[in-house]
Write a protein that binds this ligand. Structure first.
Ligand code: 0PR
Length: 366
């Protein structure tokens, strides 16, 4: 701690210098984050001091959270869905598994069945909740093999998980097949649509993944990814609007008597930002964003293949992967655990960025 405070000028010139050290989004091709939409930034600024952890003090902000959940529930074909705003996919997945475990309290050695492609947040969740994580192998298209999932499920399984928009390959697991299994075995089915939830509803092609499948119990979706809100904003949606109450604990001195959230203090600002972006763009605007991202994904894949760099899979959403070992240094890409080059065509990855990348990589492989 400094003894004497800095002048505002010195402080912010230091901060500006630090900000300079951060990478430029113009060259970031491997992230699921994107600069927030300007209306999101404006809304965030308006609600900076609000705390949803004590909603009775901020009833206006709390009603924005309800609106956000209502909008997303409607998008997922269930306007009356329950849920709340989390800090992101990790918290949503933890909370879904907490509910699933709590619903089957009598199971002494509970397990969760997830695809091998599941995000590492499930490892954290299982670790915290003392759940055994059973990974289901993928089929040759790198999607969860539903038949194998059915074989791995047993009487101690408390939750089946499918991914709608896998982190590494942008694929949607066969959620309709998983829903059939879940319905036959009366299982909790959680869909991790942290990335895909804001993409799949706006694709030209319809892919079943949401509450339109009666067996889907809960869905994780992150406005801070394709929803262009400020960070952090995830949402957990539940078919039963009261489901989360199973996690209620007493909060005797707050403006509410009980809470089911994982965090105590929760920021209202990114929640307002998420709603602002949804309501400003509307379905039409979001469809245009997704359509642009998908066009760029296809252009990238076509362009790479003209250089002989083959795609690893044909993605369902805007994540492109390639059999490729190296890219020109200034581009920040990522690599999957199978060693494939991975590029996420987020909203900031405009067509001119794709063309600039293709030009660079074309020269490298020429
Ligand atoms: N589920 C899925 C399908 C995800 O892709 C992610 C994050 C999560 C859950 C967890 O979400 P939170 O990170 O919001 O808790 N996927 C990205 C990833 O691991 C997160 C990310 C974003 C990482 C930007 C790096 C980065 O630069 O790739």
């Amino acid at each position: 701690m400094l003894n004497k405070g800095l002048s505002e000028e010195d402080l912010f010139s230091f901060f500006a210098q630090k900000k300079e050290e951060d990478l430029d989004y113009n060259y970031i091709l491997g992230s699921m984050c994107t600069p927030p939409h300007p209306v999101g930034v404006r809304a965030h600024g308006m609600f900076m001091e609000t705390n949803l952890g004590d909603p009775g003090l901020f009833p206006g902000t709390a009603s924005l959270e309800q609106l956000l959940i209502q909008r997303l529930g409607t998008l997922f074909h269930l306007p009356g869905a329950g849920g709340y705003a989390t800090s992101g996919g990790t918290e949503s997945n933890i909370q879904a598994l907490r509910c699933a475990k709590e619903q089957r309290k009598q199971v002494s050695r509970p397990n969760v069945v997830v695809p091998e492609s599941a995000h590492f947040s499930f490892k954290k969740a299982c670790d915290i909740l003392c759940l055994e994580m059973r990974a289901v192998p993928l089929d040759n298209t790198l999607k969860m093999d539903a038949e194998k999932a059915a074989e791995i499920i047993d009487k101690n399984t408390v939750c089946l998980v499918g991914i709608a928009g896998t982190t590494e390959y942008g694929l949607v697991d066969p959620i309709a097949d998983l829903a059939e299994i879940a319905s036959d075995q009366d299982l909790f089915l959680h869909v991790d649509a942290a990335f895909g939830g804001m993409v799949i509803p706006f694709l030209d092609r319809s892919i079943p993944f949401d509450f339109s499948l009666p067996a889907v119990t809960s869905i994780a979706v992150d406005p801070h990814k394709m929803g262009m809100s400020t960070i952090p904003c995830g949402c957990l949606l539940t078919r039963d609007p009261d489901m989360l109450n199973i996690l209620d604990i007493d909060t005797p001195y707050l403006s509410v008597r009980k809470e089911f959230t994982l965090s105590g203090t929760r920021p209202g600002a990114p929640v307002a930002a998420a709603l602002a972006v949804l309501d400003y763009l509307g379905a039409e605007g979001l469809r245009a964003v997704v359509s642009g991202c998908m066009k760029n994904t296809r252009r990238l894949i076509d362009g790479m293949e003209t250089f002989g760099i083959q795609r690893a899979v044909t993605p369902d959403v805007n994540v492109a992967t390639f059999i490729c070992n190296d890219v020109p240094g200034r581009w920040k890409v990522s690599w999957t655990r199978r060693g494939h080059l991975r590029i996420v065509c987020m909203p900031h990855v405009h067509r001119d960025r794709i063309e600039a990348f293709l030009k660079d990589i074309g020269e490298m492989y020429a």
